[in-house]
Design a binder for this molecule. Structure first.
Ligand code: PEP
Ligand code: MG
Length: 593
């Protein structure tokens, strides 16, 4: 069964990419695609009978598959199918085996998957210990069959992480944003994945939920098994398997030192984000779900610079109704009033998909396909329903609309036309809304940055989305850890595009913000201020750290840093200058990144 060959008692340290800060120590729940299927659920009422039917169907399907396999093997190597797969069929038809599983489903009110694994493992232990070579060889047949039945039970769709019954650290091959979105913070202490990157939406969610996390560990899933103790340092990307008493003591000290720095930073809650010579910017928060409203307030952000509305849709298989959306946006607007809340219209596609719905979004190159505003403009009814929901919320606070993934001015015109129609719909229905609602666009595609002067004439603000701008400028998939070394927000080409956007916006008298993860880097945020950015929007928990980084230095110095950075030839050179400044003015912040 999963991981049983990995028994080891030695401590081992792996290095990945820390994407969500915090140190946690706890037992592993190994979530490879295989183990996802053996997660436990409690059955109530009719569930038990349904589970029995489900199990019996899986047995029938498994039998059919083995027969097909047997025929194929017979064709390729006569005799081989008979030998190997007949034993599988024997296991499957063994009444004692399936009878025990059925009995336990009825008695224990648990789903079939973990029971099959447990019964198979008991049989395997008995067979493995008898003094008969033939029977001992049947152990692997038994395990194979059990795995096949489990696979058929779920048909590729595993139960959700929300069903985890005890506190664990999830170690997974990968996690998609909808899986992360379904995590319960009280059950998931932290997570670590073999794949992934800091700007994947899985990482974004981890920061939003304040769950310490590491990605890009390559093969962590091959080195642990469920129940192993591990330590995660989400700041530095350190993953320790079976930590020693010395590790635990050292990390106790590290966590305490970081906590002291963080406590100190909370005293800045009501202070402005301004340099020592009073150049002030707006420091807002990014949010994905209403669960974050309290944290947004608690950390002292000045509103929401990016509300990723699509997270309402993840882990659903249907479109969210206008009424439900309006309720959510109104709640956020009301709680944060008078501070602004920028609702970004749906940005599905890329790495964000709904559980089963909107299958048309599944494409060969989802980051270059019908993602985001493109999908919405092709589905004007969905779009108008979302726009009406945002407009309805606009009377409950200071709400603004933002269109993502804009590539040209025509898309803004088309979106604005639909906005006008949405307004007319509400007027006809006698529903109140803010008729002068501000409309902005994300600048996250190089063409938009280069055309920023044209786009600026059509909107009230820009927000630079560097997570995508970096990916599209440097042709580096933002969620692929194999090319993570090329994903450089401080690349001179990226900085020039940002500078172009800021200057174009200012020439047309609109403000320019930045809501990509780059804004939450205490080395880079001061540089962005020096380049003239008006607003930064970061994960709520990063607000105090970024505020501190800005408050330690004067504006002239940051303008000089920007001038130097814009003349550098490489990201490394630029980062060196930024690092030197931070080590001089705020060295303790380096401990947090
Ligand atoms: C971005 O691209 O920088 C951004 C903030 O949007 P998202 O990460 O949701 O694509
Ligand atoms: Mg984006």
């Amino acid at each position: 069964m999963p991981g049983s060959h990995k028994k080891n008692t030695k401590s081992k340290t792996l290095k990945g990419i820390g994407v969500s800060p915090g140190v946690v120590i706890g037992p592993v729940f190994l979530l490879t695609r295989e183990t996802l299927r053996v997660m436990e659920r409690t059955l109530v009422g009719n569930d038990i009978q349904n589970e029995i039917i489900r199990f019996e169907r899986a047995l029938i399907e498994t039998r059919r598959q083995i027969k097909v396999l047997q025929e194929e093997m017979e064709k390729r190597a006569p005799g081989s199918g008979e030998m190997i797969l007949e034993a599988h069929l024997l296991v499957l038809d063994d009444r004692a085996f399936s009878g025990e599983i059925l009995k336990r489903i009825r008695q224990e009110h648990r789903n079939a998957e973990p029971i099959i694994s447990e019964v198979a493992e008991n049989y395997a232990n008995i067979l493995g210990s008898v003094n008969d070579a033939y029977l001992r060889e049947r152990v692997s047949d038994l395990r194979d069959v059990a795995r096949r039945v489990v696979r058929n039970l779920v048909g590729g769709v595993g139960p959700s992480l929300s069903e985890l019954a005890r506190k664990h650290i999830i170690v997974a091959t990968d996690l998609v944003p909808s899986e992360t979105a379904s995590m319960r913070k009280d059950m998931v202490m932290g997570f670590a994945t073999d794949t992934g990157s800091p700007t994947s939406h899985t990482a974004v969610m981890a920061r939003a939920f304040e769950i310490p996390a590491i990605v890009g560990l390559h093969n962590a899933t091959e080195q642990v098994e469920t129940g192993d103790e591990v330590l995660i340092d989400g700041n530095k990307g350190i993953f320790i398997i079976r930590p020693t008493p010395e590790d635990l003591e050292r990390y106790g000290r590290v966590a305490k030192a970081r906590k002291d720095i963080e406590d100190e930073l909370t005293t800045l809650k009501d202070q402005p984000a301004e340099t020592t010579d009073k150049h002030r910017i707006v420091l807002s928060a990014n949010m994905e779900t209403t669960e974050e409203i309290d944290t947004v307030i608690q950390y002292g952000s000045e509103g929401v610079g990016l509300f990723r509305s699509e997270f309402l849709y993840l882990s659903r298989d249907e479109i969210v109704s206008e009424q439900e959306q309006a309720q959510v946006y109104s709640e956020v607007a009301e709680r944060l009033s008078p501070n602004p809340v920028i609702v970004r219209t749906l940005d599905l596609g890329g790495d964000k998909f709904m559980d089963g719905g909107l299958a048309e979004l599944r494409e060969p190159n989802p980051f270059l396909g019908c993602r985001s505003i493109r999908f919405m403009l092709q589905n004007p009814d969905h779009f108008k329903s979302q726009l009406r929901a945002i407009l309805r919320a606009s009377i409950h606070g200071n709400v603004k609309i933002m269109y993502p993934m804009i590539t040209n001015a025509l898309e803004i015109d088309q979106a604005n036309e639909l906005l006008e129609e949405a307004k007319e719909d509400l007027t006809r229905l006698n529903v109140k809304y803010d008729a002068d609602i501000d409309v902005g666009v994300m600048i996250e595609i190089p063409s938009a940055a280069l055309m920023a002067d044209t786009l600026a004439e059509k909107v009230d603000f820009f927000s630079v989305g560097t997570n995508d701008l970096v990916q599209y400028t440097l042709a580096v998939d933002r969620i692929n850890e194999r090319v993570a070394y090329l994903y450089q927000p401080a690349h001179p080409a990226v900085l020039r595009l940002i500078k172009e956007t800021i200057d174009a916006g200012h020439r047309k008298n609109i403000w320019v913000g930045l809501c990509g993860e780059m804004a939450a880097d205490p080395l880079l945020a001061p540089l962005l201020v020096g380049m003239g950015i008006d607003e930064l929007s970061v994960a709520p928990s990063a607000v105090p750290m970024i505020k501190d980084a800005i408050r330690r230095v004067d504006y002239i110095r940051l303008q000089n840093l920007a001038t130097i950075a814009l003349s550098c030839k490489s990201a490394d050179e630029i980062l060196r200058h930024c690092h030197n400044l931070t080590s001089e003015v705020a060295p303790e912040l380096l401990e947090l990144v």
